[in-house]
Design a protein around this ligand. Sequence first.
Ligand code: GAP
Length: 485
Amino acid sequence: MQSLPLPTIIAHAKEYGFLYPSSEIYEGLQAVYDYGPYGAALKRNIQNLWWQSMTQLHANIVGIDSAIFMHPQTWKASGHIDSFNDPMIDNKDSQKRYRVDSLIEEHAGQLEQQGQKKKAADLLKVLQHLLQEQDLEGIYQLIVEENIQCPVAKTSNWTSVRQFNLMFSTQVGAVKEETDKLYLRPETAQGIFVNFLNVQKSARMKVPFGIAQMGKAFRNEIVARQFIFRMREFEQMEMQFFVRPGTEAYWFDYWKKQRLQWHLDLGVPDTQLSLHPHDQLAHYAQAATDIEYAFPFGSKEIEGIHSRTDFDLKNHQNYAKKKLQYFDAEINQSYIPYVIETSLGCDRLILMLLCQGLRQETVAEGKIRTYLKLPPPLAPFKAAILPLVKKDGLPEMAHKLTEALRSDFALVYEENQSIGKRYARQDLIGTPYCITVDHQSLEDNTITLRERDSMQQQRLPIQALRDYLYKKVALQTILKKLIGT
Ligand code: GAP
């Protein structure tokens, strides 16, 4: 199945209350987005699912919620101050700044379109080599030799290539001094590392064990494109799994499989997902594999699985001058554990679900039907309750039913417009079930239940509704799949 084009998905997300450009009345803020009512509900459901599947389903994983602000030394120890950079170049005429890899990749794309496939492939190989060597002068020469122009100014009037740090900084207190500089965390992981011993001791955890957390992360992304794929403020869902040194290859493999299965259990077909081992590693990683989804703009990372060795804990131990060792009673040894990390972007997952779910199908008389096929347990509303007409006691009965089920499920009550239009509206926001109260309901206490994807309807006794819905829309249906019950 091919996703709809990205502009269609962006327009749908805005029109139907999932995502808006941030501060849109002021023309928006690049790469920052706000979640509307249905987007916020979808996000909350995803967070609950991830949290429960990490902590509730694994006896050896606990969750924390650390602060966004951290001691500035954290980022020195983690390597982010020195190594969390992207090489950039500025065009002096347009004053625009570009990530050099994106600029050269785009040029290679143009060469390919012109039929120069080999030249494009060679160019990308040279780029990879120069990036790995951090040869900024070499990258500059490549841009000049290829006569790559600024897409805005259409000139090659470039500055030299420079490294730009991706962290946002801010000031604590009233007086501006370098020592008061704080960073907005670029990953949630460091809040876990600095709390490693606190958690291990207070929750009495034994290696192997994991610490999970989700929360905001911030990166000064220069190339902000593809909607919520690359944002400046985004949400991560990360888990650091602490293991005995020497067992990291086993656990790396274990978490790769577990995490891929998690996405499959959301109903994403395996043809759309792939594992992509990294050639170029982040400064902290010994091995890394991305789980990629086939977005309309290509197969791209949604989650990273990283083998981080003892890089972070060792550096924090050195910088903080505090022992971060674990005593392993089984082997009677103290060591700094190795770490396998699973790091999922919540916003990217949402983009995946929107791309995967938004469908346009031709139905009777050439009419196009649009619907959003979200996994029912993640949908903003689990069901809509609709009186067939706004009279004859049907609204009263439908209201009563809504009240009876409201504490179990997120429901919406709608009585305006024709029943067909109300079904269509629920299809657009991904509501998996519509429950219609009609004249027969008054007589025999049954309703019609319409299923979003098939549009099929069945008659059910009101008595059976709670159990039926629970089996279809509760988060537990996915959790049960995950543990194979
Ligand atoms: N702690 C490891 C880490 O942060 P990463 O590969 O840089 O690793 C992990 O990021 C995940 O965070 C990515 O797979 C992606 O889903 C999400 N992510 C990273 N940068 C993002 C951005 N600018 N906008 C949205 N999501 C992002």
